[in-house]
Write a protein that binds this ligand. Structure first.
Ligand code: TRP
Ligand code: SF4
Length: 405
């Protein structure tokens, strides 16, 4: 594990409730989550309020979609022992932070988020000139900041939202992290760490501030994270003192870009429900086989004797994900010489997908048979999430002059 302090180690990610998931979600997102859950403290949630930002006209599917999505998370192996699974609307703390952050968010920051105009263009049939839709990236910022998440696994299209979150955090810390006598208080806090640690902290701070030494910054953060005998307020001061002139109440998160291969749909476009080109994780094996058998191939291969070009064939994209080097060589060779037929070529894919789905389907069937287990896991996740969220909110309220209740 790196020497980044634990609050920077926390991972948070959310997904809109789209119902049962497909192979695109599995290869594009969930496999990444599975890796992360072993290394970091993870929070994964169903972004049901986010669904309302675009689908407010038809909320009838939200509950069932949320449930099905969580079942599939569990079925692929998201482990509630290491990752918290919860539902956004059951942690209303997100909404309070969203409101408080909205006070300091310039309208122009929201208007220039690329997805604002893009989505309005794309979803022309919907009226997205709503307050909720404009504010949705800020809601996402609240989702992230309320857990002080350091790492946010997202796809390319969401990077701008994490960037906005960083700007909001910076602005918040700038506005509310300042206090009278900050420097004196920070210096006093250094002394409280003890002689050895104080010396080390000063040395690392100097290295970072004078030479921009990033490693020194990280080591200093780790040092602070391990201090048992300083208060939370002092810790924030000392985090802030490393970098600037105020406390760091809301740390800036980092986008963690998923490096997974692109999962194509059956027609070669991105796999997506709206294109009708998916294989669902719950698809029954006969349908999986049927879909793969009938999926399009290089259009130039009309007859079995026509040679083809894998680069023009969606099946090849599947081989990139599922096949080893040897099988891929067999495909390249066989396709370009018409040595193999397309059905031959598809067989290893059919086998691989069925093999991949079998244990997932076995598990999802178990959860579907006993939905109470899923409900209980969500309840536990919600409670854990609320605990963390409450701590952050308390600090935020205090910083914003609202600690008098
Ligand atoms: N906006 C994301 C999407 O549409 C989902 C999301 C909501 C999210 N809040 C988040 C992702 C916080 C990461 C972190 O896919
Ligand atoms: Fe596609 Fe394979 Fe047929 Fe070639 S042999 S066109 S790669 S399915």
């Amino acid at each position: 594990m790196s020497s980044v302090p634990s609050q920077y180690q926390r991972v948070l990610s959310g997904m809109r409730p789209t119902g049962a998931l497909h192979l695109g979600h599995y290869h594009g997102v969930l496999k990444n989550w599975l890796r992360l859950q072993h290394t970091y403290e993870c929070f994964f949630f169903v972004a049901d309020w986010h669904a309302l930002t675009t689908n407010y006209d038809d909320p009838s599917n939200i509950a069932a979609s949320a449930f099905d999505m969580v079942v599939d998370w569990l079925a692929v192996g998201i482990n509630p022992g290491s990752a918290r699974i919860f539902i956004q609307s059951q942690v209303p703390q997100h909404a309070e932070l969203h409101l408080l952050l909205s006070m300091i968010t310039p309208l122009s920051w929201l208007e220039r988020v690329p997805s604002y105009k893009d989505q309005q263009e794309k979803l022309k049939e919907k009226d997205l000139a709503t307050f909720g839709f404009l504010g949705y990236p800020l809601l996402q910022s609240a989702d992230i900041l309320i857990y002080k998440a350091g790492q946010v696994p997202v796809g390319e299209d969401q990077v701008a939202h994490v960037e906005l979150t960083r700007e909001i955090a910076r602005r918040f810390n700038h506005l509310y992290g300042r206090e009278a006598g900050f420097e004196e208080k920070a210096e006093a806090a250094i002394i409280k760490m003890g002689k050895k640690n104080a010396k080390l902290y000063k040395e690392l701070r100097r290295k970072y501030r004078e030479q921009g030494d990033q490693e020194a910054l990280e080591t200093a953060r780790a040092l602070l994270d391990n201090q048992q005998n300083i208060t939370l307020g002092d810790r924030e001061r000392l985090f802030g003192y490393l970098e600037g002139e105020g406390k760091i109440i809301l740390p800036e998160p980092q986008a963690l870009l998923t490096e997974s291969p692109k999962m194509p749909g059956l027609d070669g476009q991105k796999m997506s429900k709206s294109y009708g080109n998916t294989i669902s994780l719950r698809e029954n094996p006969a349908d999986v086989e049927q879909k793969l058998r009938t999926m399009p191939t290089d259009p130039a291969r009309v007859r079995r004797t026509d040679p083809g070009d894998p680069n023009k064939c969606p099946v090849w994209e599947f081989h990139k994900i599922y096949s080893d080097e040897q099988t891929r060589n067999w495909v390249r060779q066989g396709c370009t010489t018409a040595g193999i037929g397309c059905i031959d070529c598809k067989q290893p894919i059919i086998d691989a997908v069925l093999k991949e789905l079998a244990p997932i389907q076995e598990r999802s069937a178990e959860y579907l048979e006993d939905p109470k287990i899923v409900q209980n896991l969500i309840t536990e996740g919600v409670e854990a999430a609320r605990d963390v969220a409450d701590d952050t909110l308390e600090e935020v309220r205090a910083a914003m002059g609202l600690a008098y209740r």
